[in-house]
Design a protein around this ligand. Structure first.
Ligand SMILES: [Fe+2]
Ligand SMILES: [Fe+2]
Length: 143
């Protein structure tokens, strides 16, 4: 996701991605909170469904932007999104049993794989934002 095309990602699009990452963080924290605090299975499922629904929204938007700006790593990133989403759904199903090992697996997955991807994305999009500034400076010396 570090390759940039000659087109420039707009600041509105970057702001939107940033807002979505923050929202994902809130939803991930809420899901982990219900898991850790032994909240009711119903409450947990609702929290996790909110996380799943918003993850789909966010991944779709990122893939749309990557397609729009012709990122070389789009297909690899799309594959990572599919793997993360499938694993999250798999673990959600497992956790319907609500035993301790499945809860621990889900908690670890959200805190590690899922969250690391979000952090890496955030850094990559911010790097593109800096590249965008550099491109502007380089191409418009008289601005
Ligand atoms: Fe992503
Ligand atoms: Fe992301």
């Amino acid at each position: 996701m570090t390759e940039i095309s000659d087109k420039i990602v707009s600041s509105d699009e970057l702001r939107n991605i940033d807002t979505q990452h923050k929202r994902l963080g809130e939803l991930a924290r809420a899901a982990c909170h219900t898991l850790k605090n032994e909240n009711s299975p119903t409450e947990f499922r609702e929290t996790l469904n909110r996380l799943l629904d918003f993850t789909v929204v966010h991944f779709t938007e990122e893939e749309r932007l990557m397609g729009r700006y012709c990122y070389e790593g789009k297909h690899t990133h799309q594959l990572t999104h599919s793997l993360l989403l499938n694993r999250l759904m798999e673990l959600e199903k497992e956790t319907f049993v609500f035993d301790k090992p499945s809860k621990a697996r889900l908690l670890n997955f959200i805190r590690q794989d899922f969250w690391y991807h979000t952090i890496e994305d955030q850094h990559a999009w911010m790097a593109m934002s800096n590249m965008r500034k550099n491109c502007r400076t380089a191409s418009s010396p008289n601005d």
